[in-house]
Ligand binder design. Structure first.
Ligand SMILES: Cc1ncc(COP(=O)(O)O)c(C=O)c1O
Length: 367
């Protein structure tokens, strides 16, 4: 029986193997492992790809969001509005930046933060709203900016899953005051290790990001801030540069596969992913909802189809939240989605035969 893993990392290496091996040889010959030409070029290339004002590489997506939040210098105990339905790193970043995560419910169609749920969560301590473009579908940024603008709040995109995602034609990374990306190796643009990226609109915020990333170094022997070591290395930068030119084509292929699934499952008892009319999603994850989700997971495993659950336990119900100050608004949508969601394989290297096998396997569960 043909197998379809949830992700296939080996398949992502073949198309770039020669270019990457050549770049590695050059890096190791010169032993320029940090702050080298690949890093500088990637900063220019990905900033321009996002149509962002300024961008900088860093160690991973969790650090990228923490760095972005810290760069605004919010007062200790500031409140950040975030969705509960996200990878837990969004919550952790707020905590590590000295803030209090205030979690709100999501829109039942896009699974992104519901802008209407934000106003009841605001207090005098609220400083920032952090929408997450979950699964690579953009949050409703105009509606979020309206709420933020009325209260003078900062907006930071958690674009960890949103490389190449667009909102009204404008790429993620350029839709707010700042943004953060993850280049974790399973992402649509993934390194061969840990890596991340931040963007910022304001020059002052960007300068603070740069300082915080690298020990508060203003010049060689001068530390003007107690910063961190959150640098990316040349090896990851070379891999990401080799992959960036095919990102748009790869995202388009993901959208094709997602459409094939949507069409094939239209008559089944499945809620397939919805694309808002403002959105160009990148289908980082193809997530659908169904009753009997756990039985479907078991059935697909027997058919050798890998699945994921993004996410099984919402952030506000994670045991860790008991260990730090936080608030959670009512979460009927998040809790329902978490009990019913299942992620199917959806990546550009999948063959037609593999896609057909996923479709047949899902259909066979429903008889
Ligand atoms: C929404 C979201 N935010 C933040 C992160 C953290 O990124 P990283 O794993 O690179 O630290 C992730 C990673 O999956 C994510 O999905």
């Amino acid at each position: 029986m043909i197998a379809v893993p949830l992700v296939d990392l080996k398949a992502t290496f073949h198309p770039i193997k020669r270019e990457v091996m050549r770049a590695f040889e050059e890096i190791f010959d010169n032993m320029q492992l940090f702050q080298g030409p690949n890093l500088r070029a990637l900063e220019e290339e990905f900033t321009s790809y996002c149509r962002a004002t300024q961008g900088l590489t860093c160690s991973n997506g969790t650090d990228a969001l923490t760095l972005a939040l810290r760069a605004f210098d919010f007062p200790p105990g500031f409140e950040a509005i975030i969705p509960s339905h996200t990878f837990f790193a969004t919550v952790e970043s707020v905590v590590h930046a000295g803030g209090v995560p205030v979690m709100v419910d999501i829109d039942p169609k896009t699974y992104c933060m519901d802008p209407e749920r934000i106003p009841p969560a605001l207090t005098d301590k609220t400083k920032v709203i952090v929408p997450v473009h979950i699964y690579g579908h953009p949050a409703d940024m105009d509606a979020i900016h309206r709420v933020a603008g009325a209260r003078g709040l900062t907006v930071i995109e958690d674009a960890a899953q949103a490389h190449g995602t667009k909102y009204k034609g404008q790429p993620a990374g350029s839709l707010a005051d700042a943004s953060s990306f993850s280049f974790y190796f399973t992402k649509n643009l993934g390194a061969f290790g840990e890596a991340g990226f931040c963007t910022a609109k304001s020059e002052a915020v960007f300068e603070r990001m740069q300082l915080l990333r690298h020990h508060g170094h203003a010049s060689k022997f001068e530390h003007v801030l107690a910063g961190f070591n959150l640098r990316m290395d040349e090896i990851q930068a070379a891999v990401l540069r080799a992959k960036l030119p095919s990102l748009d084509a790869n995202n388009a292929r993901r959208r094709e596969i997602a459409q094939q699934y949507n069409d094939a499952f239209a008559d089944l008892d499945i809620v397939t992913p919805h694309t808002a009319d403002y959105a160009l999603p990148n289908f980082h994850c193809y997530v659908m909802q169904t009753g009997g989700r756990d039985d479907l997971v078991r059935h697909l495993a027997e058919c050798k189809v890998g699945t994921g659950i993004h996410y099984k336990t919402p952030s506000h119900l994670q045991p860790a939240v008991r260990t730090f100050p936080h608030r959670a608004m009512p979460m009927p949508v998040t809790e329902s989605v978490c009990s019913r969601c299942i992620t199917l394989p959806c990546y550009p290297e999948m063959s037609e035969t593999q896609t057909a096998h996923v479709i047949d396997s899902v259909k066979s569960f429903y008889g």
